[in-house]
Write a protein that binds this ligand. Sequence first.
Ligand SMILES: *Cc1c(COP(=O)(O)O)cnc(C)c1O
Length: 404
Amino acid sequence: MSIKFFREDFDKWMIPVYNPAKFIPVRAKGSIVWDQNGKDYIDFTGGIAVNVLGHCHPLLKKTLQKQADNLWHIGNSYTNEPILGLAKKLVDLTFADKVFFCNSGAEANETALKLARKVARDKFGKYKNNILAFKNSFHGRTFFTVATGGKSCYSKYFEPLPKEIQHASFNDISSVTKLINENTCAVIIEPIQGEGGVNPADFCFLKQLRALCDKYHVLLIFDEVQTGIGRTGELYAYMYYKVIPDILTSAKGLGGGFPIGAILTTKHLALTMTVGTHGSTYGGNPLAGALASKVLELIKKDKIMDGVAERHMWIVSYLKKINQNLNIFKEIRGIGLLIGAVLNKKLAYQASKISIKASECGVMVLVAGSNVIRFTPALNISKREINIGMKRFSKACNLILGNN
Ligand SMILES: *Cc1c(COP(=O)(O)O)cnc(C)c1O
């Protein structure tokens, strides 16, 4: 009775905002994925920096099943135990005193921006409403977040956009100084730009940004949707950089594969968001709460973050070896398990072609723009999986160059 599906069916029935790979994954375990034909792939994408504990982690599966027996959804007219447990964990582990839960990174950023606007309006009046973001940044696909993001290719079709948003240059404090003033209510930044090409912020840039925000009474928002949940080797990148934001947004890795977003902030700021000022039907549902709570518990208990630096080294040294042989990368950059290999002129702007060839060779990699290959594997990917995956990736690069 089961229907067989093909990749072509996607083009028949789906709104074509994506162009998925030719194969259809049907099963996965750890960092290995199998397609409909039983072919295996090493997964260096981690579901785009989401599956921090790999696919189908047995204890996450158990948590999901157990919670499914009890309570799936109840709505925010009631609270629930799993979400309170998660809130307590996040408050205990971070600078934050208060959290709000939603379903995605974009929704978390949308919430953060609304919070910043409301705080500024309540405290300083309606003219303090400017938002300062960065060129090349990515904050999600809602209307407010595409306007805030630093790439017009995601927003230009939808004009008119929300107003009073400016864009400074990343890692260039003088460009911030030129734009920030008394009318700025928030600065939003990814500590490491992910989609924009894996660009880590400089330590002193973030410190200077913090100081400028303090000077002008501006809220500093860290978009840690991609950098959070151990990706840098610390729970959040702000801990790695030792710069504390006023608001932090989290999603992707937080649910380990289950959709959830969160915003973290201080008690003082949270108090402006009074009953009725914001909300989300699914936000804070018990299934997401139980899973995210378990993700945080397992990351700590299994000392997952202690292994991130080592895995970074394994991947980067393999990439360097590939580069010694083939000379195709201009730079290999990133922190922890957010790594970008920037193509040089030999394969300029062919990132997507390389990723397609890689999957033919049995390894999944991401791109970040058209010129960077991005690696965001599970934080517990094994050395063996890395070695096999890198061998396959090396083969794909050779094939692209016409070597055999
Ligand atoms: C992925 C991402 C988002 C958007 O998250 P969604 O869950 O897709 O809405 C926002 N900011 C950053 C830094 C991201 O990497």
